[in-house]
Ligand binder design. Sequence first.
Ligand SMILES: Cc1cc2nc3c(=O)[nH]c(=O)nc-3n(C[C@H](O)[C@H](O)[C@H](O)COP(=O)(O)O)c2cc1C
Length: 310
Amino acid sequence: MSDLAPFLTKYWKETTITIAIGTSALIAYKKWTANKRLKEATDEEEDDMDGREKPERMQSENFESVDNDFYDDLANCPEKQLEYQPRKQNDNDYYFNSRYTEDEMFTRAKEFFNLMNLRRSCRFMSDAPVPREVIEEIIRTASTGPSGAHTQPWTYVVVQNPEYKKEIRRIIEEEEEVNYRKRMGMKWINDLKNLRTSWSWKKPYLEDAPYLIVVFKQAYALSNGHRKTLYYNEISTCISVGILLAAIQNVGLCTLTSTPMNAGPRLRSLLNRPPNEKVILLLPVGYAATDATVPDLKRKELKDVLIWED
Ligand SMILES: Cc1cc2nc3c(=O)[nH]c(=O)nc-3n(C[C@H](O)[C@H](O)[C@H](O)COP(=O)(O)O)c2cc1C
C-alpha cells in the first residue's frame, strides 16, 4: 500500500475518475442484465399465463393476401370440406335442442340462473371421495366447447395421486410466497386482502380436494416438426373452462378458479406435458367442507352489465 501512495498522490484525479467510471459501468451492466432477465421472465410468463397472440402478429400485413382463385379452388374441392348434417339426428336427438314454449324457456332460464347463482369459489374443501366417472363426464362436457377452427386446444390433467397433490401444493405455495413478498406489490395484496378471497400463500385445499384439475392450453401444435397455429387457443380453452365450471356446479361439487402465477413451467414439467402446452388454470374439485365459508361479495346488478340497444 505504501508503494502505491506516491502514485495515488500524483494521479488521484485520474484514479478517482477511473473508479467512478468503472463503478457506473458495473452498475449499468448489472441493471441491464437484471432488466433483460425480467423481460425474458415476463415474455415467458406472457407466453405461459396469457399467451394471447401478440397484436403485431395478428396485423393484416403479416398475412398472405388471398385471391379469388383460392376461394374457387376451395369451392370445387368438396373432399376437403366436412359434410353438413341435418339438425335432427333421430326422434330423440336434435342439435340446437328441441324447441320450447316461451313459458318453458323462461322457467328453464330462471332455473339455470338459480343454479349458477349459487356457484361460489370454494377455498375450504372436503376430502370426501367423488366418483371418477363424474369427473370424466364433467370434462367430456367441457370438451363440447366451441374452439377456433375446431382445434379444441385444451388438455385437462386430473391429479388424484396424493403425492402429486402434495408436490403441486409445495410448488404453488413456494411461488405464491415469492409472489406475495416480491412480485405483487402492496396495492395488489391490499386489494386481495380487502376482498378476503386470498390472504396468504397457504393453500391446504390443494391437498384436501379429491381432485386437482390442471388446465393446459395448447399454444401451438407440432406437425412434421413445424409449429402449426392453433387460433384463439386461450380464448377457446377459457370458454371450455366456463362450461366446466357450470358442469361442476350442476353435479353439486365445487371448485376454485385459480391462476397458478409463475408456477406454470414447474407444473408442466411435473405433469410431464409437452412444451406446446401452457398451464392456464388450476382447479381443485370436490365437495365443499361442511364448515366452509365464503366472502360476502355482491354481484353486479343486471342493469350494470346489460345494455339494450333497441
Ligand atoms: C381468472 C381467475 C383467476 C383467479 N385466481 C384466483 C386465485 O389465484 N386465488 C383465489 O383464491 N381466487 C382466485 N379467483 C377467484 C376469484 O377471487 C373469485 O371468482 C371472485 O372473488 C368472485 O367470487 P366467486 O367466484 O365466489 O363468485 C380467480 C378467478 C378467476 C376468474
